[in-house]
Design a protein around this ligand. Structure first.
Ligand SMILES: C[S@@+](CC[C@H](N)C(=O)[O-])C[C@H]1O[C@@H](n2cnc3c(N)ncnc32)[C@H](O)[C@@H]1O
Length: 256
């Protein structure tokens, strides 16, 4: 898949940074010495961690060179490392592993998260947020558009959709035996967007990437046009012409 684009991702920085704020608010740590932002992206979530844990060594980790370049410019005093979370292990004496909007991209993420939680010292915290929106029209219609049209025969297009997240009970049974405290909740955001075109722009920075990476640029534009037509009836203008992007997200805070 092509690299992430920090610029595309940050077009909706305010909205995308709200969930990490809400996640940080529930972390039961008064202070920390070592904090690692997993899937730090352009550093927006890392910046929140630096503000909350000003005494800590805050590091960021990501697999994308483009995202890391942006993060290093934004926070020159933090250390940012390129690594793949599927195989990465945390250094000793890590107090907080923070992962906002990344593990939905990691294959077999429940097992990876369990391994990371297991590696934390007593009292260490694993804090995770993932979009739980695969049933929303914006995501379901990516799959529907992929299944018709000239790209329908491409297996990479047809396998581009993200898997549904497991239910909270699955995470509870998996992480509970390793946790002294486990908090799992959903929040549904209703982001105010200027129109359905803005929803397309939003997902070009995230969930549409695997579809577009599998297509040449002309075909990609046709895919986006078909996707826009498909979502329009589901995101009708409100009294002011704007649309609401309903966005459920799953949060997990586990204390080792
Ligand atoms: C949606 S961004 C999240 C950025 C930021 N944490 C935030 O709160 O907005 C997801 C990031 O996860 C990174 N990522 C995806 N899969 C990864 C993996 N296997 N290992 C490390 N980083 C990964 C991507 O490169 C991307 O920067």
């Amino acid at each position: 898949m092509s690299d992430w684009s920090a610029n595309q991702y940050l077009k909706f920085e305010d909205e995308r940074t709200r969930p990490p704020r809400d996640l940080i608010a529930q972390i039961p740590l008064a202070r920390a010495q070592r904090v690692i932002d997993l899937g730090c992206g352009p550093g927006n979530s890392t910046e929140l961690l630096v503000a909350r844990f000003s005494e800590a060594e805050v590091m960021g980790l990501d697999s994308s060179p483009n995202m890391l370049a942006q993060a290093r410019t934004r926070l020159p005093n933090c250390t940012f490392t390129q690594a793949d979370l599927t195989t990465w292990t945390p250094p000793q004496r890590t107090d907080l592993l923070f992962a906002n909007a990344v593990f939905q991209w990691v294959p077999d993420h429940p097992a990876v998260l369990r391994r990371l939680l297991e590696s934390l010292p007593a009292g260490g915290v694993l804090a995770v947020q993932m979009p739980d929106n695969t049933d929303e029209p914006a995501l379901a219609l990516m799959r529907e558009v992929a299944s018709r049209g000239p790209w329908a025969k491409s297996s990479s297009v047809n396998h581009a959709a993200r898997d549904e997240l497991p239910r909270p009970t699955t995470y509870y049974d998996l992480f509970g035996p390793l946790s002294s405290r486990l908090d799992i909740w959903h929040t549904i955001y209703n982001h105010v967007m200027s129109g359905p075109e803005a929803i397309v722009e939003w997902f070009k920075g995230s969930a549409l990437r695997p579809f577009l990476s599998a297509l040449d640029p002309a075909m990609g534009n046709d895919f986006l046009a078909a996707y826009l037509d498909a979502i329009k009836p589901h995101y009708l203008p409100r009294y002011d012409g704007k649309v609401l992007l309903r966005f459920p997200r799953l949060f997990i805070v586990a204390v080792r």
